[in-house]
Design a protein around this ligand. Structure first.
Ligand SMILES: O=C(O)CCC(=O)C(=O)O
Ligand SMILES: [Fe+2]
Length: 223
């Protein structure tokens, strides 16, 4: 008999299982999950080193939807972004980890997550992203939003909070400081949220798990 060693779960994926289980529980109960010190430290470190060493010119002014009017855009958000592909060791490690998360979510919540896209964001001092949703009901195929933060020693007084408006009865929303290794997930269509201006450079990764809405006429996500 030949025994094939399974690729999954790997040791590192297995060590995230306790975290993934908490996320599944939160998502099922509340539709969002906020986890401090969630990312494996080695992964946070490699991503942080990578992002702070990227040359500024590689980042692009973020766009809002299909809007091409840059002035209007800048009133809504003025961070800069850079899409993450597997063309760097940091990018590869990140995509491996989010892949393990995607698999876990599909197994335990049957979400049918089909693909994942993500970008680094750099909010320079004073930058913001006004209140928005990441996907519109019935339109988009972004179903689950993910954000993680790459800012060592973030102080409570330095602003830059993500505010999640979780229910009408709580107009203040839930504030999340962009601390090193904190991970946030929420259902993309359900929660308005915003990024408050920060007192210092703020680095993060924003990502979205998508379902496949391909039809015979249209391949989506685009190849
Ligand atoms: O950086 C954050 O805290 C959230 C970013 C965000 O909402 C987005 O990029 O859509
Ligand atoms: Fe967002």
């Amino acid at each position: 008999m030949t025994l094939l060693l399974q690729q999954y779960p790997t040791k590192s994926a297995a060590s995230s299982d306790a975290l993934f289980a908490k996320i599944v529980n939160d998502l099922a109960n509340d539709g969002y999950s906020i986890q401090a010190n969630a990312l494996p430290l080695g992964l946070t470190d490699i991503l942080h080193t990578h992002v702070v060493n990227l040359p500024q010119y590689k980042f692009n002014l973020a766009r809002v939807g299909r809007e091409s009017n840059q002035q209007l855009n800048a009133q809504i958000r003025n961070d800069k972004t850079l899409w993450i592909y597997g063309d760097s060791p940091a990018g590869q490690e990140w995509l491996k980890w989010t892949q393990a998360l995607q698999l876990y979510l599909n197994r335990h919540l049957l979400m049918g997550l089909f693909s994942f896209e993500s970008h680094f964001s750099h909010y320079a001092k004073g930058n913001y992203y006004k209140k928005h949703v990441d996907a519109f009901k019935g339109q988009a195929n972004r179903v689950l939003s993910l954000v993680t933060y790459l800012n060592p020693q973030w102080q409570d007084t330095q602003g830059g909070e993500l505010v999640i408006y979780n229910q009408p009865g709580n107009p203040e929303g839930i504030k999340v400081l962009p601390k090193y290794g904190t991970l946030v997930l929420f259902l993309s269509e359900e929660f308005e949220h915003e990024v408050k201006p920060a007192q210092r450079d703020r680095y993060s990764i924003a990502g979205w798990f998508r379902v496949n809405t391909s039809t015979r006429e249209q391949v989506d996500p685009p190849l």
